[in-house]
Design a protein around this ligand. Structure first.
Ligand code: ACO
Length: 401
């Protein structure tokens, strides 16, 4: 798979219209004819169908996740992140599909060098994508080539930022490595351990796509205005930065550190729930069954010998947490979510905890860009309504002199 800049800058202003996807939404005009007060309101848009997609199916009731029809567990076992990206973008499952790390454009490196020392890696990644967009000027509608370029350069940029903040120089990408292996090599300057590269590749596959989550919705809203892919991904990174969306794995690490040993888990968990605290790595808005991504990543983590002790504690603590949830919240199914075992894999491959959220963003760029392409083909501005609950119309009071 080529990752080169396939569209010359001179042609980037063109905006060919993509083939339209026929809308099957039921009579939106009829809904609009009612006043906002008459239409239903769903806080957080919970339960609202806001798009049709052929990319991913999140079956919360049955704990299934399919990418273009293929179960996530099988994709992790049989595929690579490069193949999964191609599947998400084009719908084709191709053995030859490959993504390799790409060079960082000079303006991006210059911008990363100028960032203050205290910059959060999510802000650095968002900045890198923004500068890439200014340099590359990807046109609307987004294309698969644009997606390939973005996904191939972003890990190089995040790794470069991590080195620069340590006072080290960025490492040139090795085009013989996979994207995940190349990310590790550019972080450390050393050839990656093949098992670690494979484990991170599996994490990338698991994180690549998850339906109309908040950051993917953000990307689709931005693209629906006929804005460009870089803007959509910048917005999505900003959305993922919020702790309710992308911040849990680092907190799983500190939580297990605080618990210390499985014997202390019972008391720690009961006290935390009694205080109203959330147990990180458990619960989900959509899944009412065991998160299939957690199951896939647990398998990967079990293959990482360096994580054996940590994993032993994690599995025992998980048993305690699930038992206590079953007892204290019998009406709400709360199971382990993806972040619990993501924490094991990301630690096991040697990532610093503050790199967990931007590494999740690297993985999810596949899904964001696939949804951007799909949204552009629907070519419908996303613009919901709000119910006005402010004061009634009144005259502006005159100012006293
Ligand atoms: N720990 C303790 N209680 C929980 C947890 C948890 N992890 N998850 C849900 N609950 C309880 C709530 O306290 C609430 O109980 P109540 O009805 O007695 O007040 C009930 O279950 C419903 O919880 P909500 O937060 O309303 O459910 P929602 O669907 O809005 O939240 C969320 C889902 C945000 C993921 C929540 O489960 C949570 O905060 N989990 C911990 C953080 C986490 O692991 N996030 C990663 C999610 S995966 C991802 O984003 C990629």
């Amino acid at each position: 798979m080529s990752t080169s800049n396939t569209e010359p800058a001179s042609s980037q202003g063109a905006s060919p219209k993509p083939a339209a996807v026929p809308a099957t939404a039921a009579a939106p005009a009829a809904a609009a004819a009612k006043t906002a007060a008459e239409r239903p309101y769903s806080p957080g848009l919970e339960g609202v169908i806001a798009a049709e997609t052929a990319i991913g199916f999140v079956d919360g009731a049955n704990g299934r996740l399919l990418y273009r029809g293929y179960p996530i567990g099988q994709l992790v076992e049989k595929g690579t992140y490069g193949q999964v990206c191609e599947l998400l973008w084009t719908g084709e499952w191709r053995k030859s599909a490959r993504l390799v790390p790409a060079e960082i454009p000079e303006p991006v490196i210059c911008a990363l060098r100028e960032l203050p020392d205290h910059t959060h890696p999510m802000d650095a990644l968002r900045t890198a994508v923004s500068v890439w967009g200014a340099w590359r000027r990807p046109h609307w509608p987004p294309t698969v080539d644009q997606a390939r370029e973005l996904v191939a350069f972003a890990p190089s940029a995040l790794a470069a930022f991590h080195r620069l903040r340590q006072g080290l120089e960025p490492v040139k990408p090795n085009h013989k490595l996979s994207l995940a292996g190349g990310f590790l090599q550019q972080l450390t300057g050393e050839d990656p351990d093949p098992a670690a590269a494979r484990a991170l590749d599996a994490y990338f596959i698991v994180g690549a796509e998850h339906g109309l989550n908040a950051s993917t919705f953000t990307a689709r809203v931005i693209i629906s205005t006929r804005s460009d892919l870089a803007s959509a991904v910048c917005g999505a990174i900003g959305c993922l930065k919020g702790p309710l969306h992308g911040g849990a794995p680092a907190e799983v690490v500190s939580q297990l550190h605080e618990i210390g040993s499985p014997e202390r888990a019972e008391r720690w968990v009961r006290e935390a729930i009694a205080r109203g605290d959330k147990i990180m790595g458990f619960g989900h808005r959509v899944y009412r069954a065991y998160d299939p991504r957690a199951a896939a990543l647990r398998k990967v983590a079990e293959g990482m010998s360096e994580m054996a002790a940590w994993l032993d504690t994690a599995v025992k603590v998980e048993d305690v947490v699930l038992r206590i949830f079953g007892e204290l919240k019998p009406d709400r199914v709360i199971k382990t979510n993806v972040e619990y075992y993501a924490a094991a894999v990301l630690q096991g491959v040697g990532l610093a905890p503050d790199l967990f959220p931007p590494t999740f963003a690297l993985a999810r760029m596949a899904g964001w860009s696939a949804h951007a392409i799909e949204q552009a083909s629907a070519d419908k501005l996303i613009r919901p309504d709000a119910r006005y609950v402010g004061p009634p119309e009144m005259d502006v009071p005159a100012f006293r002199s």
